[in-house]
Design a binder for this molecule. Structure first.
Ligand SMILES: [Zn+2]
Length: 246
């Protein structure tokens, strides 16, 4: 038995299938992440040919059959194709990095409406290009870590829970996250961070505006979060989109 479901979706990736079809990975509001086939999607006559593409935000109808690994798309309409993102390679790189995180960190059919909303919101913000893409990506990174159960605490040491005070020393531990100077003595895989970087992590986490950063914090923060994910998620080898574009 199959049921017909209408939902909103963001296209995570797309592969050619047969002569004219595509198989896409979708992250949907109602049913989480799954693969689906869009029959005839690559035929120029198909209305799907220009809308079923990575990063696009769609409204879709699909036939869901639990026993099937690939679901069948029966209709799709475009909600947003983020034209500014697509016109700027630097912004596009971070949009791909965002969908890569969703692909890597979400289990199949795991529903998370808050994450879905956060995803479409960050894509809109990237598309408005009011804030630097690497900063928006950092904000989404902190957000998704929390949503998937690997929250990085920015106020307290992740080991002893002491408040991370100003003018003391802090470290990023790839297993626990931010820790204090005392706890680093027993920890391995640590990276010393300065007050600016701690402040930057706090701004990302609390979604506060950014002021007075020297410029290296966004990249440093991304590298540390990548190492953190590598530690926790088996098979994760860093964000490929951020490598291949350089
Ligand atoms: Zn501590």
């Amino acid at each position: 038995m199959s049921e017909i479901i209408k939902t909103e979706a963001v296209v995570l990736s797309k592969l050619n299938y047969g002569d004219t079809s595509s198989i896409v990975s979708l992250f949907t509001k109602e049913d989480g992440k799954f693969n689906a086939i869009a029959k005839g999607a690559r035929s120029p006559k198909s209305k799907y040919s220009r809308i079923i593409d990575p990063v696009n935000y769609l409204s879709i109808v699909f036939y869901k059959k639990e026993s099937r690994e690939v679901q069948l798309i029966s209709d799709a309409d475009l909600i947003n194709h983020y034209s500014i993102i697509k016109s700027d390679l630097e912004i596009l790189k971070y949009a791909y990095a965002i969908i890569e995180l969703v692909k890597n960190l979400m289990a199949e059919h795991e529903v998370n409406a808050r994450l879905f909303k956060g995803l479409t919101r960050i894509l809109s913000k990237l598309n408005s290009s009011k804030e630097k893409p690497e900063v928006l990506f950092g904000r989404f990174f902190m957000f998704i870590l929390k949503e998937v159960g690997y929250e990085v605490q920015t106020e307290k040491c992740a080991i002893c829970s002491r408040t991370l005070e100003k003018d003391s020393s802090y470290y990023f531990n790839f297993e626990k996250g931010l820790i204090c100077g005392k706890c680093q003595e027993q920890a391995v895989d640590i990276y010393r961070i300065n007050m600016e970087l701690l402040q930057y992590f706090r701004c990302l986490k609390n979604n506060e505006p950014l002021e007075n950063f020297s410029g290296s914090e966004p990249q440093r923060a991304i590298e540390l979060m990548e190492k953190f994910v590598t530690y926790h998620v088996q098979g994760f080898k860093g964000i490929q989109s951020l490598k291949s574009f350089n």
